[in-house]
Design a binder for this molecule. Structure first.
Ligand code: IMP
Length: 197
């Protein structure tokens, strides 16, 4: 049996680590969050891909252990807001609830609520080589009010296309099967299993 592959994750978001480990466990891959006070990536990229790369390379740079490093950059893109909040999703307002309130307020008079969650993943090694990137998208629309208690972030107001439920009404497994992060990660896992040992 192949050895377990450990990957250090450049994120401070415990929800992401939890979701990713749930998906990766059956494949003998473990993600360990990077705990390092020097990890302070300058997320000034214009795209999710650029920011995922910045975070993964910063994690590799500051860590004094580990061979593989990965970062996720993700967010919500709303058509009516010209793709916003996009790469600014985490900084759209001070708290998760305030971010949702601001989003609903900004869409108050509009019926065009099409949106998508996007996730970019970047995997690098300890020498700063970019090994692989992946991207996942899930389409939906913004609800008029909060529904559901699972997940995190904008999940309670994101109604998934084809399912008349918000992301926060789905179980962990249901979300992981169809989410932007779940899709990108499964493809990343396929690549890891065939290319790393
Ligand atoms: P990041 O940590 O800089 O990538 O910021 C991601 C932000 O996008 C999060 O703080 C959430 O606000 C939002 N986001 C990303 N993925 C999800 C998700 O799966 N559900 C809900 N919100 C998400």
């Amino acid at each position: 049996m192949a050895d377990k592959i450990t990957i250090i994750l450049g994120t401070s978001n415990p929800h992401k680590v939890f979701e990713m480990n749930k998906i990766a466990k059956p494949f003998d891959i473990e993600f360990i969050p990077l705990v390092n006070e020097n990890f302070n990536p300058n997320e000034n990229g214009k795209t999710f891909e650029e920011n995922a790369k910045i975070k993964a390379l910063e994690a590799a740079k500051v860590s004094n252990k580990g061979k593989y490093f990965m970062a996720d950059d993700s967010g919500l893109c709303v058509d009516f807001l010209g793709g916003g909040p996009g790469v600014h999703s985490a900084r759209y307002a001070e708290t998760p609830l305030k971010r949702i309130e601001k989003l609903l307020f900004n869409l108050k008079f509009d019926s065009k609520r099409d949106a998508r969650f996007v996730c970019a993943l970047c995997l690098v090694d300890n020498e700063g080589n970019i090994l692989h990137t992946e991207k996942g998208i899930v389409k939906g629309r913004i609800a008029h009010s909060i529904k559901g208690t699972n997940g995190f972030g904008y999940d309670p107001v994101f109604i998934v296309d084809g399912i008349n439920k918000t992301m926060a009404e789905l179980s962990e497994d249901e979300k992981n099967t169809l989410s932007h992060r779940g899709q990108a990660l499964l493809n990343m896992i396929k690549w890891i299993k065939s290319n790393l040992n």
